[in-house]
Design a protein around this ligand. Structure first.
Ligand SMILES: Cc1cc2nc3c(=O)[nH]c(=O)nc-3n(C[C@H](O)[C@H](O)[C@H](O)COP(=O)(O)OP(=O)(O)OC[C@H]3O[C@@H](n4cnc5c(N)ncnc54)[C@H](O)[C@@H]3O)c2cc1C
Length: 337
């Protein structure tokens, strides 16, 4: 198999556990690669990677480059950048994708700068298409699509003249495909040459804070906006979420008002969610909020304003005061079970 011109994914791992966003990106890379008739490649760095590497192939990785070294066990920018730049130079992918995580946002600009190529941050969609500029025609260009100007426009950005074309992609926006155990890919161990000078910083201690909110994995989300009115009233949102066995979401305005912590924020600068049921209470439905939840399977909106934009995307709309509607909701649900 030709190794050049692949669609490459930088895979993030932590203690051998692959970040979900990397699998989402491999799934998207499969789709893009089929359009440009290229293989999917991935780069996995760390220490003792065999198990993690084997777990990635079934998601559709044709070529998995592994870089193993004790000093790569945990992400630090200098050695990771050096190794990834070498791998990209050696295998010349046409596209490289990174999760828009703390690590992805740190390493991707370093790679772009080292290779003198473009980078679009925080994409919410990626497509392949043609591009014409000043008489030049480019084929199979990566359309890097992201909200711009506060989410008021969706910008399509291209960087056709230099390879690789690179983008960071928000977590949760690409759909993760199911693994296919019969998929055959190659694991290729890269030669890692790192010396003491490549480790200007040392990790002395790692403190892990477990996430108390799991919006991404929730099947039911009850979200409150600034229309909830107060931190005390927000208890209604918690009660409904608890009754339905769901997670608590919020608009940014509700977070800014101090009703709930930022971990609960849904939207362009919060978490992107795709639950089976999303109940938006006292949320107007700004483009920035909708960007994070409009792919929910079912949306119920409770709002006093019949003109609220949230009703445009809601499957069921209730025009009313949430302080009256939510207790009735809870009562009705409890009476049914
Ligand atoms: C760059 C940028 C990024 C952003 N990112 C995000 C993001 O990630 N997530 C996000 O949510 N926002 C984001 N925002 C903010 C966004 O523009 C809106 O300001 C925010 O979503 C509004 O929140 P809201 O719907 O709670 O408040 P409002 O727009 O004020 O709406 C409150 C709603 O509550 C209704 N209401 C009032 N009282 C009641 C009641 N008693 N019962 C029922 N309904 C009631 C009102 O009719 C109204 O529709 C971003 C903005 C920018 C510029």
């Amino acid at each position: 198999m030709a190794t050049k011109n692949s669609v490459m994914v930088f895979v993030q791992q932590d203690d051998g556990i692959i970040a979900e966003v990397s699998i989402e990106l491999i799934s998207k890379a499969r789709d893009l690669a089929s359009r440009v008739n290229a293989p999917v490649s991935a780069v996995l760095m760390g220490n003792e990677l065999r198990k993690a590497a084997e777990s990635l192939i079934p998601y559709g990785v044709d070529l998995l480059y592994t870089a193993e070294h004790k000093g790569l066990a945990h992400y630090t920018p200098v050695p990771y950048t050096k190794v990834l730049v070498e791998i990209i130079k050696k295998h010349s992918p046409q596209i490289v994708l990174y999760g828009a995580t703390t690590t992805g946002r740190d390493i991707a600009p370093r790679i772009a700068s080292a290779l003198r190529v473009g980078l679009t941050a925080d994409c919410t969609d990626l497509q392949i298409g043609d591009y014409k500029s000043k008489g030049a025609q480019f084929q199979n260009v990566l359309y890097q699509i992201r909200p711009a100007f506060g989410g008021n426009i969706i910008a399509t950005i291209v960087s056709p003249e230099k390879k690789p074309q690179m983008a960071t992609v928000r977590e949760g926006v690409m759909k993760m495909s199911s693994p296919d155990p019969s998929f055959k890919g190659q694991i290729i161990a890269e030669d890692v040459k790192l010396g003491p000078d490549d480790f200007p910083s040392e990790i002395l201690e790692r403190v892990k804070e477990e996430k108390s909110v799991n919006l991404k994995g929730a099947q039911v989300i009850v979200a409150g906006g600034v229309g909830v009115g107060s931190k005390e009233n927000f208890d209604l949102i918690l009660q409904l979420a608890h009754t339905l066995g769901g997670e608590v979401g919020a608009s940014r305005a509700a977070v800014d008002a101090g009703y709930v912590s930022k971990d609960h924020q849904v939207g362009q600068t919060g978490t992107t969610v795709r639950p089976k049921l999303y109940i938006a209470c006292g949320i107007s439905g700004s483009v920035q909020h909708r960007a994070g939840m409009d792919e929910s399977a079912r949306i119920i909106a409770i709002n006093t304003d019949p003109e609220a934009p949230i009703f445009q995307i809601a499957n069921y709309g209730i025009v009313g005061d949430l302080k009256e509607v939510i207790p009735r909701f809870i009562k009705a649900f409890k009476a049914k079970v």
